[in-house]
Write a protein that binds this ligand. Structure first.
Ligand code: GDP
Length: 321
């Protein structure tokens, strides 16, 4: 069981100051759309949790497998947590809340976090238009990110297959919407990488057009998983992508990759945690509420089980509503 494996970790919950109220912010499972298409309406949910934690001291949270215990803790405030719907944290003391937060993330576990194992993964098809995607109504999660962010590595790590994502890298498929069916009851979707330096401008525009169409019109899309390289400072193209998703209120989880790469001089000596915080500070204006985020490494498998649990809770909630 994942929770029993949680190491101590460098993140603290910061109590909100007494002047700010926890009862005012609304937490969404999926970002609220002001004018949601009918197809996405069933995925929407918002609520205002109450908490008795407003006056507690900061507490350590499970964030990473880091052994750099000399490093200063990263801090997180309660209003920056992602609290799924139908999840009540009002009865939690700080240590029981800590135990309910997925390691290396801001994500609180809900009662829907179950059936997270991947027993079977099969490549299904590559589509160039949203209309050509599988029509069986199964829920799906789309992985997207800058070229070289580690998308194929993460996909292979999630399904525990060394080469499954190679299918998406075959000639002719790199610009497609690639569907992989998991356990015969949901999909992982590999979208084209963006920002590839040598791609002609027009081609890049095309990718944008069809992936945007997919984001806006794919009725079975439960959440986009936007991959961002945590080993380097924030890049404008990733900020633009996150901003577009936020402004179009497309449900999004941020997946920070390469979190095993630490303290490289060429990166200005920044830790992944610092790059992650900077990224979040830069995008917070684009979102009504803090989106879920999670730290990963395909080298150490950090975040692998946690992503699957998060996908499971989003999926099970989506199926029920
Ligand atoms: P994609 O273009 O987004 O599919 O990226 P790939 O999965 O092909 O990875 C790009 C490069 O980053 C490869 O050299 C990988 O070995 C490396 N890489 C991917 N994930 C990680 C990671 O978690 N940690 C480290 N250190 N390197 C990674």
């Amino acid at each position: 069981m994942i929770l029993s494996q949680l190491p101590r970790f460098h993140l603290s919950i910061l109590a909100k100051s007494p002047s700010s109220s926890l009862s005012s912010p609304h937490f969404n499972l999926l970002n609220h759309r002001s004018n949601p298409p009918v197809s996405l309406a069933k995925t929407l949910f918002s609520f205002a949790p109450k908490s008795n934690l407003a006056t507690v001291e900061p507490i350590p949270l499970p964030v990473s497998d880091s052994s750099d215990l000399d490093e200063a803790p990263v801090e997180i405030s309660l209003d920056k947590l992602f609290i799924p719907p139908e999840t009540d944290i009002s009865g939690d003391d700080p240590s029981s809340l800590t135990a309910r937060i997925l390691k290396g993330s801001n994500i609180v576990l809900s009662k829907y976090a179950r059936d997270a194992q991947v027993a079977q993964a099969d490549y299904v098809k590559s589509s160039v238009r949203t209309e050509d995607c599988p029509a069986d109504g199964l829920p799906e999660f789309a992985l997207v990110g800058r070229s070289n962010v580690g998308k194929s590595s993460l996909l292979n790590s999630l399904v525990r297959r060394k080469r499954l994502a190679l299918t998406s890298k075959k000639p002719g498929k790199t610009q497609c919407i690639n569907h992989f069916r998991i356990n015969d009851n949901w999909y992982l979707v590999d979208l084209p990488g963006y920002g590839y330096a040598s791609a002609p401008h027009e081609l890049k525009q095309d990718w944008n057009k069809f992936t945007k169409d997919y984001f806006l019109n794919r009725s079975t899309l439960v959440s986009v998983f936007l991959l961002v390289d945590a080993s380097i400072p924030p890049k404008q193209i990733d900020l633009d992508y996150a901003s577009w998703l936020g402004q179009n209120q497309v449900p999004m989880t941020m997946v920070f990759t390469k979190c095993d790469k630490r303290k490289k001089k060429k990166n200005g000596g920044k830790r992944p945690e610092e790059n992650i915080k900077e990224f979040q500070d830069l995008i917070q204006g684009f979102f009504e509420t803090t989106p879920p985020w999670i730290m990963t490494s395909s080298v150490t498998n950090q975040g692998r089980d946690e992503i699957l649990l998060h996908m499971a809770q989003l999926r099970n909630y989506w199926l029920k509503h």
